[in-house]
Each structure stands twice: as structure tokens, then as C-alpha cells.
Design a protein around this ligand. Structure first.
Ligand SMILES: Nc1ncnc2c1ncn2[C@@H]1O[C@H](COP(=O)(O)OP(=O)(O)OP(=O)(O)O)[C@@H](O)[C@H]1O
Length: 585
């Protein structure tokens, strides 16, 4: 396939705001170029490998600008004003190159495969002199490409493709192209255990998708997640009258993979975190298993008393965002294990919670770095209440209740009522924090003049693959937070509403949905303005009243992992039930 043909597809995808149409275009692309689907599955999001690989092209904006100046004779000032106008290096490249450039002696058009190989090569260029090498590689690419291709080359190389293609839409389009007869959930399951779109494409192409999906050592899985309910009695009832309750540790999710002497850890967002946990790695080395995948929570503890520190307090006090390495220098980290997903060549995801817990206890020995999550199994909500209180006294944020029924499998990447979380209930408050995605910003007034004063936030609607507006937030920000925002959003501001955003409220600037912010809110109300869960509610959408920033940017969460519109709708319904009860009393 020629790069120019791929660029045609990118133009068509970025030209539509309709999800179905976008999926159709991608389906056609995958069908017509099935022999290159491995490459396409990455490049369609401007990537060269699955996210967990951590591979980056790593070329700086400065380098790109220098290359463009050399090729076109533009001055630095021209570039600065053009960048201010377009806000995007790709658009800028297209405009500068359309004024004329150095051309190539050999006019062979670039193929997609060549382009991909050059990108891969760039990821491997490191160390001294690497910036010069990358500069030369980019110059070659741009000399050989048309101005339209150059636009996308620059966007991809600088990590700014942003045509609105999510993992979910790729997975859907791959299924539609190669196996439309199977259920979407089957493909999602495979992806949740092996979050690599090219891997899933191959499973579909080779008719192997129905081999049961499961974990593979050293491929980080999308972890299992919990639903919420408002009372312990409701929770026990929902789980079939009996439940395992575990302390809910307030730390960072950690997935530990071990094979022989090799041990690696991954975060909730599938980033490799091995270097951040040297002491944990050493301890896991002693675990008596050849291959194993463990799931747990890493928590800072007081080295004197063994007491647990609430993680968010530790990070907030230091004014940092989820910054483990520096914390661990002074404060030791412990891991509380609560699951085992793979053992000695056998995937355990299909086994029940009770079986997995038993295997976890048999496989791992506790020590002062590694412990099992404190657990009871109960039918009684009074007992649950007491257990909840002791968890709070021990420095935890609540409990996670887990199904002990036959079907209590490990569901990667899913909520689905096998795990339910319960936190301390604050009166007149939504008890849990929400993680929302920034989709726009408003300029500040008065003291906040010159920086942003408020943000427009959205929840994620999985079904529609859209970010739906849910509140405008201006509270809880310190001056420092506000000035930081310029840096946080520097590459994400756009004057056009992104195609995967649904909002009737118009901010001063739109922001590509890439940053997740944690907030607290008072209640959820019906809203004629916001679009959250609109198709579930009816005429109105939902909004969060009195939202305020908790001080934490959820850098460990991908935007698709933020609070979903359905969750907000569930919270809204629970709230209605509670207030109904209060009214009738
Ligand atoms: N015993 C436990 N079992 C499962 N998860 C636990 C346990 N203890 C702590 N956790 C943590 O609790 C998280 C779920 O609760 P919480 O809502 O606080 O986290 P979140 O990341 O904001 O939300 P979520 O993970 O549900 O999207 C898990 O992802 C895990 O990191």
C-alpha cells in the first residue's frame, strides 16, 4: 500500500464525526489491505507498537521545526507565527511545504511499509547524536513525500495524530472486517487480556479468536474493575447473599509478572513500572513458582510502625502526581496481593474467586513486603459493617466485596458486578471520587486572568465511543494548578470540537480528550445543557453539582478508563433511591 493511499483514509476518518461511519471506513481499510493489517492497526492511531511496549519515536518539536526551516527556507519568526495560527506542527508542515521545498532526485512514492520501518528504526535511535540521526531521517522522509503526506508524517512522528480513533473503534472495525458473525465481547475479551490491536487482528484473520482468551506472561492485562453500590446490605444481596470482603487499600494497582528469574511489574494503565519497585522485585524472586501473574495494590507504609499511608495523601502533600520512585526512597512500599491470574503455564482467569484465592495463598509466602489483602467471607451485613470500620481504622479507604459464586471468574478490563467497591459515605456528597476527562477550558477572570479559570469535563460513553460533557469545574484549583494547566494542555488545544466529543456547552478552547482529572461532587442532577447519559435519561443529560478538583491528575488512567456515563447514570439512580427513602421516612 502506498503511504498516499493511507493518507486518503486518514483524511476521510478525520473528516467524519460519526462513529459508525468511521468504523465503516476503517473496516474497508482493513479488508482491502488485510496483508498489512498488522501495521495498519498501529498506524491508524499514529503508533508503531502496542502501548505497553513503551516504544516512542521521541523527536522534539524543535527538531521538526529545524528540519522544516532547512527544507523550505522559512524563518524562525515565520514558523512561530504559523504555529500560533495552526497550533499544530503537521498543519504547519503542510503549509510551509506547499510554498515549495527541496525535492527528491528519485521520485519513488513512499510505501506504507517503508514508512513504518523508518518509524520503527527511529524508536531504536538513542543516546548521543540521536537527535541528529533522527533529524536526517525525518528530512529524508519529507523530501520523499507530498505536502499532504508530510502533514500526517509530522503528526505521527510528534505523537499528535488525533483523528479520534480509540482502541474500541479499532477492535470493532477489525471484527466487522474479518469476523462480523461473532460477539463484540469476545473480541474485547481477547484485547483485554492482550491489549495489542495487531495481535487481535491476527487472531481474527486466522480464525483463532474463539480459543479462550487468557493472560500471557509479560503481556500486561487490562485489570479487573469494581462496580459501586451505596450500602453493604445491597452489596451482599447483589452478590447472591454471601460475599468475600477485602480491605480496599488506597495505593497504586500493581500487576506482577514472573518467569524464572525475570520479573516485571505494570501499572493500571499497562505501563511498565519494574524500575519503581526494586524491593518488591527482590521479594517476588523468592516466590516458589516458575511462571506467575499476580494482581495487587502497592501501598506506602510507615517503616517504624508498619502503618499504611493513604497514597493520595502522600503524593498530594508532596505536590506531585502519582510519583512513586521518589516516595519509595523515604517510604517503603508494600504490596497487598488479592489475585493470581496465571500459574506455571496455566491461565487461572476462568477459575472462581475462591479457587484463585486458595491458589494465591498456596503459592506466595507472606513477608514484610508482600501480604495478602485482609479478607473475610460473610453473609451478614452487621459483620460487613464491622469489617468496614476496621478497614478504615487500618488506613484503608473502604472495602471491595467480591463474588464467591461458581461464575466468579477474573474478567479483565471489566466491571460487571463480580467486584463491588464501598467507601466511607459522606453526607450530601457523592461518596466516591470521579475521574473525568478534560474536553475544554475557559479563560480566567480577575485573579485568574492570563490562565485558565475553569475546565469542561466529560464522562466516557463506551457504547457510543464518545466523551459526553458532564460539568464545568472551577473549584479546588490552586494558583499553581492553574498555571500548570498551560503546560499540561500545551499540545492539546484546538479550536474545533474533537470528533469524539459530544457537548453543547462551548468552552473558550476545546481540548483533545487525553487528560484524566479526579474530582469530588455534591450530587448528580438532570441537566438541559450537559450530554452525559442523555440516551439513558431521556430528554435531559446529567450534570455534577459543585464539582471540585481533589488535587490529583489520574496520569495512571487512560481516557477510556475514566468514569463512564453509565456509572454516572447508576449513581444518579442510587441517589434517587436514597432520597426517596429519606422522603418517605
Ligand atoms: N482488595 C482489593 N481488591 C481489588 N482492588 C483493590 C483492592 N484494594 C485496593 N484496590 C484498588 O481499588 C481500585 C478500585 O477502586 P477506586 O475506585 O478507588 O479506584 P479507581 O482507579 O479510581 O477506580 P476503578 O479502578 O474502579 O476505575 C482498584 O483498581 C485497585 O487498585
Amino acid at each position: 500500500m502506498l503511504l498516499s493511499e493511507f493518507v486518503d483514509y486518514l483524511d476521510r476518518i478525520s473528516g467524519t464525526s460519526k462513529r459508525l461511519e468511521m468504523n465503516e471506513i476503517m473496516k474497508q481499510l482493513f479488508l482491502e489491505h488485510r496483508d498489512e493489517v498488522d501495521i495498519l492497526a498501529y498506524l491508524i492511531q499514529g503508533k508503531v507498537a502496542p502501548d505497553y511496549s513503551g516504544l516512542e519515536i521521541g523527536i522534539s518539536e524543535k527538531t521538526v521545526m529545524r528540519v522544516l526551516r532547512n527544507l523550505t527556507g522559512a524563518t524562525e519568526n515565520e514558523e512561530i507565527s504559523l504555529f500560533a495560527k495552526t497550533g499544530d506542527l503537521g498543519e504547519m508542515a503542510e503549509e510551509l511545504l506547499s510554498r515549495g521545498k527541496q525535492t527528491s532526485f528519485f521520485n519513488e512514492p513512499l510505501t506504507l511499509d517503508e514508512f513504518f520501518k523508518i518509524l520503527l528504526k527511529m524508536t531504536g535511535v538513542k543516546g548521543q547524536g540521536s537527535s541528529g540521526t533522527k533529524e536526517a531521517m525525518l528530512t529524508d522522509l519529507l523530501i520523499r513525500s507530498t505536502k499532504r503526506e508530510s502533514k500526517y508524517i509530522v503528526k505521527i512522528i510528534t505523537g499528535n495524530l488525533r483523528v479520534g480513533v480509540s482502541d474500541a473503534s479499532i477492535i470493532t472495525a477489525l471484527r466487522l472486517a474479518f469476523k462480523p458473525e461473532i460477539e463484540q465481547s469476545e473480541v474485547e475479551d481477547a484485547f483485554n487480556f492482550h491489549p495489542d490491536p495487531a495481535y487481535v487482528a491476527n487472531l481474527l484473520l486466522n480464525d483463532r479468536i474463539n480459543e479462550s482468551a487468557g493472560p500471557t506472561p509479560f503481556i500486561p492485562i487490562k485489570v479487573m474493575l469494581a462496580e459501586r453500590l451505596q450500602s453493604l446490605a445491597q452489596i451482599i444481596e447483589k452478590l447472591g447473599g454471601i460475599a468475600a470482603l477485602e480491605y480496599k487499600y488506597d495505593g497504586l494497582r500493581i500487576q506482577i509478572h514472573k518467569r524464572g528469574n525475570e520479573i516485571r511489574t505494570f501499572s493500571r494503565g499497562n505501563e511498565e513500572t519494574t524500575k519503581q519497585f526494586p524491593e518488591i522485585i527482590e521479594t517476588v524472586r523468592k516466590v516458589n513458582a516458575d511462571t506467575v501473574i499476580l494482581d495487587g495494590e502497592a501501598v506506602p507504609v510507615n517503616s517504624e510502625t508498619g502503618e499504611i499511608y493513604p497514597f493520595q495523601d502522600v503524593s498530594r502533600r508532596r505536590g506531585r502526581i502519582y510519583d512513586l520512585p521518589e516516595v519509595s526512597e523515604e517510604i517503603p512500599i508494600m504490596v497487598f496481593l488479592f489475585d493470581i491470574i496465571y500459574l506455571n503455564g496455566v491461565p487461572l482467569n476462568g477459575k472462581s474467586y475462591t479457587e484463585r484465592r486458595k491458589m494465591l495463598l498456596e503459592t506466595v509466602g507472606e513477608n514484610d513486603r508482600l501480604k495478602f489483602a485482609t479478607q473475610i467471607i460473610t453473609k451478614s451485613s452487621e459483620e460487613a459493617e464491622k469489617f468496614f470500620e476496621t478497614s478504615i481504622e487500618s488506613g484503608c479507604e473502604g472495602i471491595v466485596a467480591k463474588s464467591v459464586q461458581e461464575n466468579s471468574i477474573y474478567r479483565a478490563g471489566n466491571r460487571g458486578w463480580l467486584w463491588i467497591k464501598f467507601k466511607r459515605d459522606y453526607q450530601n456528597e457523592i461518596s466516591d471520587t470521579l475521574d473525568l476527562v478534560v474536553i475544554g477550558a475557559f479563560y480566567g477572570h480577575g485573579r485568574r486572568k492570563g490562565s485558565f479559570g475553569a475546565l469542561l469535563l466529560a464522562s466516557y460513553n463506551r457504547e457510543r465511543d464518545m466523551f459526553e460533557s458532564v460539568c464545568k469545574i472551577g473549584s479546588g484549583f490552586t494558583d499553581e494548578n492553574l498555571s500548570e494547566m498551560k503546560v499540561i494542555f500545551s499540545n492539546l488545544i484546538t479550536d474545533k470540537k474533537p470528533s469524539n466529543v459530544d457537548s453543547e456547552m462551548i468552552p473558550d478552547v476545546w481540548i483533545y480528550p487525553e487528560k484524566v482529572i479526579q474530582i469530588k461532587g455534591a450530587e448528580i442532577t438532570l441537566s438541559p445543557v450537559h450530554t452525559c447519559a442523555k440516551e439513558l435519561v431521556g430528554k435531559n443529560g446529567l450534570a455534577i453539582r459543585f464539582p471540585r478538583f481533589t488535587g490529583t491528575w489520574r496520569t495512571d488512567k487512560k481516557v477510556e478508563d475514566c468514569t463512564s456515563s453509565v456509572e454516572i447514570y447508576e449513581l444518579f439512580k442510587m441517589q434517587k433511591k436514597t432520597s426517596y427513602k429519606e422522603d418517605s421516612n
